[in-house]
Write a protein that binds this ligand. Structure first.
Ligand SMILES: [Zn+2]
Length: 332
């Protein structure tokens, strides 16, 4: 395995050339993970990056993709199974409590009692929930209906408490799938005080899915999308164009941001092209290819979307900072 958890000269050059004039000084990251390695449930072998990703470590490492900026964040863990979610949540809660300018969401299982969700979230000082498809049992989780990992009774608790929920929807065509559209509209309409954040540009890793389906959410006032780990511009453009720039939130998806390479749309699917995906030497006849950090790729396509849609500097600052803070009730 190649070593890809490092900052290289090509990353610094890329930032200086493409991004220095674009990235604001103040950032609120709407999608970042804190963890100890074992919370991932994958074993330690081959794991890259910090063994313990604390708030301090996060801040230090964000210098790789947004050097010179000050970043606060909405954090959650990676304990995406019934046996790992509690220690993961405890760890994130302790880190988030170190700085009042950060917020945290609790990872929940669809099998948790709604009152336990309410009490645990409050006890740990979280202001929202994070759900994930790997909790689905009895079927291939990549095809699961949203309700199988985000239950209506958990949405109701979030509505009653005014909490956020970050949802990474699945199914092959994501936002273009009518079942996903219907479930999101139903939840957001029935529970207007719940604030829904659709991760990865409404799972627009293949931007054509978001382009095709995002219109279904037009007019909903309790839905946002984060930019996390998306490295094609089309989904950002569709969200800004259809829902408004105030609905898009910058998110790093740390530590995914610190991997090397990007996610590519191909056909009606997508895949991750990383340092280990192929032998980069000689892959292109005309040049020596030097993949940069995923977080830098994601920033560059956000810049492209902002340029295509002629966003003002203050609208760009909204995406990086103000939209998320306003959603969380931290600003005016
Ligand atoms: Zn994530």
């Amino acid at each position: 395995m190649t070593k890809d958890w490092e900052l290289r000269e090509c990353d610094r050059e890329f930032f200086d050339r493409e991004l220095r004039s674009f990235v604001p000084e103040k950032i609120f990251d709407a999608h970042a993970h804190l963890y100890e390695t074992w919370h991932w449930g994958r074993g330690e072998d081959g794991f890259q990056g910090p063994r313990v990703a604390t708030l301090a470590e996060f801040r230090r490492l964000m210098e790789w993709i947004t050097p010179g900026s000050h970043t606060t964040a909405l954090f959650f863990g990676v304990g995406f199974s019934d046996d790992r979610l509690r220690p993961s949540n405890e760890f994130v809660a302790a880190e988030v409590s170190l700085d009042p300018e950060n917020r945290g969401q609790m990872v929940i299982s669809p099998r948790m009692d709604p009152e336990e969700v309410r009490q645990e979230t409050k006890r740990l000082g979280f202001t929202g929930l994070k759900v994930y498809h790997t909790f689905v049992q009895g079927e291939v989780s990549w095809h699961a209906d949203i309700s199988r990992f985000l239950t209506e009774e958990h949405v109701r608790v979030a509505h009653q408490e005014g909490w956020t929920i970050t949802l990474h929807m699945v199914k092959d065509r994501a936002m273009a799938d009518p079942a996903n559209q219907e479930r999101i509209v139903e939840y957001c309409t029935r529970y207007p005080d719940m604030k829904l954040i659709l991760a990865h540009a409404a799972r627009g890793f293949n931007p054509y899915h978001t382009v095709e389906g995002i219109h279904a959410l037009k007019g909903l006032r309790n839905v946002w999308c984060d930019t996390s780990a998306v490295t094609e511009a089309g989904a950002f453009e569709a969200i800004i164009d259809t829902l408004g720039h105030d609905r898009l939130l910058w998110g790093s998806d740390f530590p995914v941001s610190h991997g090397r390479g990007r996610c590519i749309a191909i056909g009606d699917q997508f895949f991750w092209l990383g340092e280990d995906s192929l032998d980069w030497d000689g892959v292109a006849a005309q040049a020596s290819i030097q993949p940069v950090l995923t977080g830098l790729e994601s920033l560059r396509v956000l810049k492209l979307a902002a340029r295509h849609l002629r966003l003002s500097d203050s609208q760009v600052e909204d995406i990086f900072y103000t939209n998320a803070r306003r959603m969380l009730g931290m600003d005016g």
